[in-house]
Design a protein around this ligand. Structure first.
Ligand code: COI
Length: 357
C-alpha cells in the first residue's frame, strides 16, 4: 500500500518483470506493454481507491454501455528519461484537463487530480525502467475511462472504470506520411464530439483511412463537415503548413482536438519569432501554394506522432502533390529537434513543461 497525499493506492507488483523479453531497439508502436496498470472504479457517485496491479486482462459483461453506446474516452502522453536517468512526464496537467473536457462532452464523471496525476506518477515511477532511452523513443502512457453499467439502453452510465497502462514506443510514423483530403467522408461536425478524445471519433475515421491507404497514402487529412473545404486535422495529429515562411495552422473550431503538441509547437514558434497564422486554411489555398511554389513544408503534430513530416498530399482523384525534400525543411526539423531536446533535458525547459516523477 502506498499513500499519495490522502489517497491510498494499493500496489500489487508483478512477480517477475517481463522487461527482459523486450527489444528496446526495435519497438513497434503500441504492441508492447509495461509491467503494471492502474485501475480505479466509479460507483455510487464517487471514485473508489485506485489499485496498481500487473498489466493484464479484466472481466467485463458483454452488455456494458461503452461497448454498445460508445461512452469511452482516452488520453495519450509520454514519459522520458533525461541525461541523469531521471523520469519526467511531458505536460501531464494538460492531459488531465483535456480528459475532463472529454468526460464532460460524453456525460462521464470528472476524474480527480489525485487519481489522474498522482496515480499516473506512482505507476510510471514503478515502471520507470520501461522508459526507453533510445533517440526518438519514450514510454507512451494511456489513461482511459469507459462506462461499465450492465444495461441495454441509452443513458449515461452510472458506473465507470478508469485505467492507465503504458507502452514503450518508437516512432508512430517511422517514415514521412502521405495524406489524402476528401469531401466523401467527414470526421466531425459543429456541435459534435470532434474536440473530445472520444473512442468513437477514431472508429469513424477508419474507413477514410483505409481508402487513403488504397490510394498509396497513410491517412486522411479531414476537411470541415460544413463546406468540405477547410482543413481540420488528420485524426492522429493536428496539421501545420509553411507557406512562404509563415506557419499556418487551423484554428480550434470546436471540431478539432486541442492538441498538446500543437500548443507546444505554437509556443516554440513564438519563442523563435517565426510568423504564425492560426486561422481557417482551405484545401484550395494549399493547392495554390503548391502550384506557385510557396508550400515549403507540411507536418503534423501529435503526442504519438510527435512532429511528422508530410511528403505527399492527395485531394480526391487528383494527382498527389509531392512536397519539398525533408532535409530542406528548416522549421519542422527545428521543432522536432527542440522538442526532443527539451524532453530529454538537453536544453533548458523554459516553459516548465516537464514534470519530474
Ligand atoms: C496520441 O497521439 O496520443 C493519440 O491518441 C493518437 C493515436 C494515433 C495514438
Amino acid at each position: 500500500m502506498s499513500v499519495i497525499k490522502d489517497m491510498k493506492v494499493s500496489i500489487k507488483r508483478i512477480p517477475q518483470s517481463r522487461i527482459s523479453q523486450v527489444d528496446f531497439n526495435n519497438l513497434p508502436f503500441g504492441r508492447v506493454f509495461a509491467d503494471h496498470m492502474l485501475v480505479c472504479d466509479y460507483k455510487n457517485g464517487a471514485w473508489g481507491a485506485p489499485e496498481i496491479m500487473p498489466y493484464g486482462k479484466f472481466e467485463i459483461f458483454p452488455c456494458i454501455t461503452a461497448l454498445h453506446y460508445g461512452q469511452a474516452i482516452f488520453e495519450g502522453m509520454k514519459a522520458f528519461k533525461n541525461q541523469d536517468g531521471d523520469a519526467w512526464l511531458f505536460r501531464p496537467e494538460e492531459n488531465f484537463k483535456r480528459m475532463n473536457l472529454s468526460a464532460w462532452r460524453m456525460c462521464m464523471p470528472e476524474i480527480t487530480h489525485e487519481i489522474f496525476i498522482d496515480g499516473l506518477k506512482e505507476l510510471v515511477r514503478l515502471d520507470s525502467n520501461w522508459i526507453p532511452t533510445q533517440e526518438g523513443a519514450s514510454l507512451y502512457v494511456r489513461p482511459h475511462m469507459f462506462g461499465t453499467d450492465e444495461y441495454v439502453g441509452i443513458k449515461p452510465s452510472d458506473n465507470y472504470r478508469f485505467v492507465i497502462f503504458s507502452c514503450p514506443v518508437g516512432a508512430y510514423y517511422p517514415e514521412p506520411v502521405g495524406l489524402w483530403a476528401t469531401r466523401k467522408y467527414v470526421r466531425a461536425n459543429e456541435g459534435g464530439t470532434g474536440e473530445a478524445k472520444a473512442a468513437g471519433n477514431y472508429a469513424a475515421s477508419l474507413l477514410g483511412a483505409r481508402e487513403a491507404r488504397d490510394r498509396g497514402l497513410n491517412n486522411v487529412m479531414w476537411l470541415d463537415g460544413h463546406d468540405h473545404a477547410y482543413i481540420e486535422e488528420c485524426g492522429t495529429m493536428n496539421m501545420f503548413f509553411v507557406i512562404n515562411g509563415t506557419v499556418v495552422t487551423p484554428n480550434l473550431s470546436g471540431t478539432i482536438l486541442h492538441g498538446i503538441t500543437r500548443d507546444s509547437v505554437l509556443t516554440l514558434l513564438e519563442d523563435h519569432g517565426i510568423p504564425v497564422e492560426v486561422r481557417r486554411v482551405s484545401m484550395a489555398e494549399i493547392k495554390e501554394a503548391f502550384a506557385n511554389g510557396t508550400l515549403e513544408e507540411a507536418f503534423g503534430a501529435g503526442t504519438a506522432a510527435t512532429i511528422a513530416h508530410v511528403d505527399r498530399i492527395g485531394f480526391e482523384d487528383e494527382p498527389h502533390m509531392i512536397l519539398p525534400k525533408i532535409e530542406d525543411r528548416k522549421i519542422s526539423n527545428m521543432l522536432l529537434r527542440e522538442l526532443a531536446d527539451i524532453r530529454t533535458g538537453r536544453i533548458e525547459d523554459k516553459h516548465n513543461w516537464m514534470v519530474k516523477i
